[in-house]
Write a protein that binds this ligand. Sequence first.
Ligand code: 5GP
Length: 214
Amino acid sequence: MSKGGLEIGRRGLMLVLSSPSGAGKTTLARKLLAAEPSLEMSVSVTTRPMRPGEAEGKDYIFISPEAFTAMQDRGDLLEWALVFDNRYGTPKAPVERALEKGRDILFDIDWQGAEKLTKAAKGDLVSVFILPPSAEALETRLKDRAQDTPEVVKRRMAGASNEIQHWEDYDYVIVNTDVEGSVRELRSILAAERLKQSRRTGLKEFVRGIQKKL
Ligand code: 5GP
């Protein structure tokens, strides 16, 4: 932004979205990315094999266990986790590059990943927890998703109950009653967080420039 010749820029932010599965987070993330040109999705590295339909560099960056270990040893990962024998991690360099350019990064991760990211990148992080409007709505969405056995649905409900426990650790909470309304709320959060004093570069010089002329 240019005001009287002085530039006010901003450092990007890391937007973390977490929710129990079935609360509509994936749809919200997709719509938010489409509506916000300066927001991009973080692409994780993983040691798991590529699945049909996945694309290198889009869904994940697929690397060997040795390459993953090397990244861990060099401190190239902001956080990582072991999930069913495979390792997944968030590469540090692309995040840092984006933040410096004033671009924002979206992370679709669970509460454990969010907790680790919070420790690694405190000042840059904005976290949002997505809640379903009710237990019944969540159950309906989980049942609609696939023709699963009642046991599988029950297990997913238990998983949801575990994830929901962590809502208080987040900066913001959105009750996803209607998708468009939730997208509006997410965009309001982004708009306000982008204006935070601590993220705005050149603000001191800008104010000094005004003061000099007063
Ligand atoms: P999938 O193999 O089905 O794509 O993912 C398995 C799990 O790994 C999911 O729960 C997903 O959220 C998690 N995951 C994917 N990328 C990362 C990452 O960079 N960090 C962490 N902590 N978990 C991840």
